[in-house]
Design a protein around this ligand. Sequence first.
Ligand SMILES: [Zn+2]
Length: 117
Amino acid sequence: MAQAPASPGGDDSTTPIRFGYDEAARALLVEWRDGTASVIPFERLRRACPCAACRGELGLPGRFQQDPRLRPGEDELADIELVGSYGLKAIWADGHDTGIYRYEQLRQLGEAPAGQD
Ligand SMILES: [Zn+2]
């Protein structure tokens, strides 16, 4: 019997097999190889952007620490790109595209309780 290809640095619960959008719910859908699926609202995804500007760097506060309000387009997911075998790049309608979400992070975002954004 053939073995499934190894997934470097991840197990089935953090290996995505398909991405999609739920336009009505304004959420990113991720199907995982372990048979589960995550639904991640765009706003939660945007606020969790892992890039240096959003997280803060060199002692400077991050994007949402300075002003927690969303500006137009900031939580409009325009496109996604896969990055290597480990992550997903989100391209937002306001032009922000420096955040690369590791699959482990997407998994955690999909498991956060609703209403905690
Ligand atoms: Zn960012």
